[in-house]
Design a protein around this ligand. Structure first.
Ligand code: AMX
Length: 427
């Protein structure tokens, strides 16, 4: 048994007991309520989900199991996966055990590569479409499905959710790098290296030219910062809902990733870079403050959004933005794309505040992440959301495993009609 599975097996019974007691002793207690505005406004702020992996605090940003995300910036994604699941960072032995577990499971089946080469990359679909299709094809590998259809006990659900999660996470670097190389004609596929960690291997297999070690370090940071963002965002919630039907983790994750592919969610990182490049193109270089302010104002007055700014929960600068920003300041201060990011950070919050529409004028993670990838030569910016998705799979699967461990039932809120709503407010 892997050390992670052993650790979880030792932690889960007490947590199950806590949930059981909460329901038994306080099942009828009202803990949250909802206004009509919230119901019709995307359920903002409604406390209706349980997610132990992480929380987003309105004035602090992402906290993973008590650690502010900025404090985790030097960690490896594997350590974060362990932390998300267990609430503790792994020791060296535990980390190595998880890494060797992932290496054992990392081979992508040949049939996937054949399908990918012969049909999935035809006609240049968006990389997210390819990734989601690959995960759908790999669904036949699901151990959760296999054991469920042969009579798995409810107490064992989490174990096979973990099995699927480890398999999927292990294959993602090869898959993501393979998609990159095939989709953008980068030449032959590159084999993984036994000596590299999970994100280091992804960087290696992408085969980006230039300083490999710096790129690998940036990729480690990228994978850590995007790993989770509590339970209420579109991708996490979608994944949770699908998983609650006991659809296996492959189905649940691909559903979550389809949500991540939306421009108001994960796609904003590609839009962020497109925006920066548009600015450089329009002004033939980095504009002065006055010109940039007018440019931004015109866009807002035209009813368009500034990608990478605003957030449904946060009301401060996203600390993940700051982590990437600080990295950029150190590694690429003279890069014109990064300089536009700096200028936008100076200008956009002021303009959004003056306009008074956005509740949060500050940048989110997508305002700074893309230009770092661009700097390392990944100029195909429709690929960026895929990298976000690879990282976010850590959080999605961690949440799923804990959902199954806690034995949560199928999710089924009640919907009402407009007539019902009208009569409810007239009473
Ligand atoms: N540019 C222009 N207008 C914005 C804006 C932005 N960056 N952020 C918010 N607004 C507007 C909204 O469109 C809304 O306008 P409306 O009343 O005409 O519909 C108004 O301000 C109020 O919105 P809000 O309550 O502040 O935000 P929200 O919770 O409805 O939406 C978000 C949050 C992120 C979708 C929104 O800020 C946005 O569209 N930002 C740009 C896209 C982006 O960066 N997405 C990435 C989010 C992080 C992630 O998931 N990766």
């Amino acid at each position: 048994m892997s050390m992670l599975k052993e650790k979880l097996a030792s932690l889960i019974p007490a947590q199950r007991e806590r949930i059981k007691n909460l329901v038994k002793n306080f099942g009828e207690k009202i803990i949250s309520e909802i206004s009509l505005g919230q119901m019709l406004g995307g359920l903002r702020g409604v406390k209706s989900l349980l997610c132990d992996t992480s929380e987003v605090v309105i004035d602090q940003g992402l906290i993973i199991r008590g650690y502010p995300i900025a404090d985790l910036a030097g960690k490896l994604p594997e350590e974060i996966f362990w932390l998300l699941l267990t609430g503790e960072l792994p020791n060296i032995q535990e980390l190595e055990d998880l890494q060797s577990e992932l290496k054992k499971r990392s081979k992508v089946p040949q049939y996937l590569w054949s399908t990918l080469k012969t049909c999935l990359i035809k006609d240049d679909p968006h990389p997210m479409t390819i990734l989601i299709s690959c995960i759908a094809i790999l669904e036949r590998e699901s151990k959760f499905y296999y054991h469920y259809t042969r009579g798995m006990k409810k107490e064992e659900y989490w174990e096979y959710a973990l099995e699927d999660a480890l398999d999927l996470i292990a294959m993602l670097p090869s898959l993501a790098a393979g998609i990159y190389r095939l989709r953008y004609d980068k030449g032959h596929l590159i084999n993984s290296s036994h000596d590299l960690d999970w994100a280091g291997n992804l960087a290696h297999m992408m085969g980006v030219e230039g300083n490999q070690e710096n790129f690998a370090n940036m990729m480690r940071l990228y994978m850590v910062l995007h790993s989770d963002h509590e339970g209420g965002n579109v991708s996490a919630r979608t994944c949770h809902v699908i998983g609650s039907a006991l659809s296996d983790p492959y189905y649940a994750v691909l559903g979550g990733l389809a949500g991540l592919a939306g421009p108001l969610h994960g796609l904003a990182n590609q839009e962020g870079v497109r925006f920066v490049l548009d600015v450089l193109e329009k002004f033939k270089g980095v504009p002065n403050d006055k010109d940039l302010k007018k440019f931004v104002t015109d866009i807002l007055e035209g009813g368009r959004v500034i990608p990478g700014y605003g957030h449904a929960v946060l009301r401060v600068t996203d600390p993940r933005f700051t982590a990437f920003y600080n990295y950029g300041k150190k590694v690429m201060p003279d890069n014109p794309q990064f300089q536009v990011v700096e200028k936008l950070f100076k200008i956009v919050p002021k303009v959004l505040t003056e306009m008074g529409k956005a509740k949060n004028p500050w940048p989110n993670v997508d305002a700074s992440s893309g230009v770092l990838l661009y700097h390392y030569g990944i100029t195909e910016f429709d690929y960026y959301t895929l990298l976000f998705g690879v990282s976010r799979t850590l959080g999605l699967t961690a949440q799923l495993i804990l959902d199954r461990a806690m034995g949560f039932p199928i999710t089924r809120p009640k919907s009402v009609t407009i007539d019902w709503l009208v009569s409810a407010v007239q009473e």
